[in-house]
Design a binder for this molecule. Structure first.
Ligand code: GDP
Length: 211
């Protein structure tokens, strides 16, 4: 199964997100977690996610379309030490608004370094999805947890490393963009979400093409 993604545009605020009825699947993680590499592996493209790293785009929501009904949204990486505090706060607010309000969001893929396990930021993001005050009204987006760079774990290190993820209550997909481990099942899970959320042809046709 293929996941052919094309860059559409970067949104620096919620109002700039496309008006459409596509299923959106967002990818979040601290900078350097391996998000670009994972997106490239999922899409089978070498430099797809480099687009998100070009100046002016690192701080926005980067939209990639896949076929007629799906979009992948690369959320800005957080936790970058050299970023000014005000900028980090702006990004945190943007991500929070997106995750809590975006009706089209059907799953959040939360990337966490397999060697590090979830930290305060990741627990906060996971919590957002279950926040009763969000606009989800019980229809929460799915949380998909990805443990990245698993090739860096020795065999004996896996079990203790994975135990650190238990606090999230979601078993992580153990992945490596380097060896390809876990990539096919993750791609399948993403594509399966599409079947779980059928969109009507008329609403798909109502897409705005502002790009
Ligand atoms: P991003 O900042 O989250 O987009 O992270 P990148 O995809 O740019 O990766 C950050 C660094 O981690 C780069 O040096 C990558 O080569 C490395 N990296 C990414 N994925 C893997 C992986 O699966 N295994 C290993 N060993 N290194 C990885």
């Amino acid at each position: 199964m293929r996941l052919d993604a094309e860059f559409l545009r970067s949104a620096s605020k919620i109002a700039e997100c496309p008006r459409w009825e596509r299923v959106e699947i967002a990818f979040a993680g601290r900078s350097n977690v391996g998000k670009s590499s994972l997106l490239n592996s999922l899409a089978g493209r070498k430099n797809l996610a480099r687009i998100s790293k070009t100046p002016g785009r690192t701080r926005g929501l980067n939209y990639f379309t896949v076929g007629e009904r799906l979009a992948l949204v690369d959320l800005p990486g957080y936790g970058f030490a050299k970023m000014p505090r005000s900028e980090a706060e702006r990004i945190a607010i943007l991500v929070r608004q997106y995750v809590c309000q975006r009706r089209q969001l059907k799953a959040l893929v939360l990337l966490i370094d397999a060697r590090r396990g979830p930290q305060k930021e990741e627990l906060g993001l996971a919590q957002l999805l279950r926040d009763p005050s969000s606009s989800w009204a019980g229809n929460y987006p799915r949380l998909i947890v990805v443990a990245t760079k698993c090739d860096k774990l020795k065999r004996a290190e896996r079990a203790p490393a994975l135990r650190r993820f238990e606090v999230l209550d979601v078993a992580p997909a153990i992945c490596s963009a380097r060896t390809g481990e876990g990539i096919d099942p993750l791609r399948r899970e993403i594509l399966n979400l599409l079947s779980a959320h059928p969109t009507t042809a008329s609403s798909a046709a109502a897409e705005d093409e502002l790009s």
